[in-house]
Design a protein around this ligand. Structure first.
Ligand SMILES: NC(=O)c1ccc[n+]([C@@H]2O[C@H](COP(=O)([O-])OP(=O)(O)OC[C@H]3O[C@@H](n4cnc5c(N)ncnc54)[C@H](OP(=O)(O)O)[C@@H]3O)[C@@H](O)[C@H]2O)c1
Length: 314
């Protein structure tokens, strides 16, 4: 099967489009013919020797943790051949989703409703699960509360805005000015241009902050929290810094590590099918152009999600 793999950690040149053996099925797994795989910042962070690289025990390593596709071998599971599925699997252990075939744990994937586009679904699982778990599991969001999303136009941010609105919360979000119309379409009531506007006027007003940017950006938003509020910070590389700043200011900061969850994916798929949640595709790339997708993701200014597509070659 065709796949993207790396044979050592490094830059974009390490990504090689080549043939790799199809994965073998273990009990409880289904074999999926991949339709699309989402690109997330963790993918290039890991390939460069950061991110989840500590979990890689051997090369070649096939990147990618999320996918959509069609079941070709259901193994001993309840899935059937031909089922359309999507998911985020095994994270942070290697999952090999930048490949034409994926062995996926059945308990971590979800059926895709007919109404949901198969390519779009390839980029849905990681960002939506992260947004869900940050808002509801870590943040305990309730209707009527005030939420601030830092990085509201990005992969996680644009889904967090919509899920927070769906839950009945009021949403403020930061993004570059050219993305403010997009934020308004998502339901963000107060878009902030972080290049030119300070957060001063929002002091002590937020029940929950979803920090998709981290570092100094997350720290500078801490005064926006109400005394009992919580900031959930996503980028793991700066989490200690943000937690320490929160402790110094007596503000609650929670780090997060996104977990696979078929149960949450079922709910998310339902919301997408009902058009209550939309994944915005920033751009698609054929699998062999994964390096171009990584380069764009590294710019830090993707709107929505980047998705790799597969042409069905074997
Ligand atoms: N812990 C976990 O389990 C977990 C899970 C998922 C993601 N993450 C991490 O969370 C972060 C966000 O992920 P993502 O997929 O949403 O990334 P992304 O799609 O690459 O984020 C891009 C967005 O970031 C915005 N941005 C950049 N600098 C900003 C700033 N200073 N203030 C406000 N917005 C800014 C950009 O907005 P403009 O273009 O409008 O400027 C752009 O829309 C990444 O570091 C990722 O690794 C962690």
């Amino acid at each position: 099967m065709h796949a993207i793999s790396i044979h050592q950690f490094g830059g974009l040149n390490e990504l090689i489009y080549n043939k790799q053996p199809r994965p073998q099925l273990n009990p409880g797994e289904v074999l999926v013919k991949t339709a699309a795989a989402g690109v997330n910042p963790i993918d290039w962070k890991t390939c460069s020797g950061n991110g989840a690289s500590g979990f890689i025990e051997e090369f070649p390593f096939i990147p990618g943790w999320e996918f959509s596709g069609v079941v070709t071998d259901p193994g001993d599971t309840g899935f059937k051949e031909g089922d359309a599925v999507f998911g985020m699997i095994r994270f942070p252990q290697p999952a090999g989703c930048y490949a034409e075939y994926i062995a996926a744990p059945a308990e971590q994937i979800s059926h895709l409703p007919d109404a949901v586009d198969l390519i779009m679904a390839g980029g849905l699982a990681t960002a939506s699960l992260t947004a869900w778990q940050a808002l509801f599991d870590k943040g305990g969001l309730e209707a009527g509360q005030q939420v601030l999303v830092l990085g509201a136009a990005g992969g996680v941010g644009h889904l967090a805005v919509q899920l927070a609105r769906w839950a009945g919360a009021h949403v403020t979000g930061t993004a570059s000015l050219h993305n403010h119309e997009f934020l308004a379409e998502l339901g963000c009531e107060h878009p902030i241009d972080y290049h030119n506007q300070s957060l001063n006027e929002y002091a002590n007003s937020m029940d929950l902050i979803i920090d998709c940017v981290g570092g100094e950006t997350g720290i500078s938003a801490l005064p926006c929290l109400k005394p009992e509020g919580v900031l959930v910070t996503l980028p793991s590389v700066t989490k200690e810094q943000v937690i320490a700043a929160g402790a110094a200011q007596r503000r609650r900061v929670e780090p997060i590590l996104c977990q696979p969850s078929a149960e949450q994916l079922n709910k998310i798929a339902e919301l997408v099918a009902d058009e209550q949640l939309k994944l915005h595709i920033g751009e698609t790339f054929p699998l062999e152009k994964a390096d171009e997708a990584f380069e764009l993701s590294q710019s830090g200014h993707v709107c929505g999600k980047l998705i790799l597509t597969f042409d069905g070659q074997e």
